[in-house]
Design a protein around this ligand. Structure first.
Ligand SMILES: [Fe+2]
Length: 105
């Protein structure tokens, strides 16, 4: 099977969804690089601030690390503004929605 035959989700068969499942898993493998790409896109423009948003993100993660935070918190601190690239007006909600499935605690 190269593609599913259905055009409406409710018409998909069990076999077609079984075919799709590993493709979704494969698709998720690139997410860390994609998130780091969003982080790096915040380099450069300081928007009137003394540092750019990339530096701000590194600064935030560094402060979380120095505070003794766990790895998950440090990663969330690092990526807390990645939504700014896609949705400046509600970037914190976008970042939270992206990270939430990967947060254990
Ligand atoms: Fe921030």
């Amino acid at each position: 099977m190269d593609t599913v035959s259905f055009t409406k989700m409710e018409d998909g068969t069990k076999e077609e969804y079984a075919f799709l499942k590993p493709l979704y898993v494969q698709c998720r493998e690139g997410i860390p690089e994609m998130l780091l790409g969003l982080l790096k896109r915040m380099q450069g423009d300081r928007l009137g601030y003394q540092i750019d948003r990339y530096q701000h993100s590194l600064q935030t993660a560094t402060r979380a690390e120095r505070d003794g935070s766990d790895e998950e918190t440090i990663v969330c601190a690092l990526l807390h503004d990645i939504g700014d690239v896609l949705a400046p007006d509600n970037h914190s909600q976008v970042a939270a929605a992206i990270l939430q499935p990967y947060i254990i605690s």
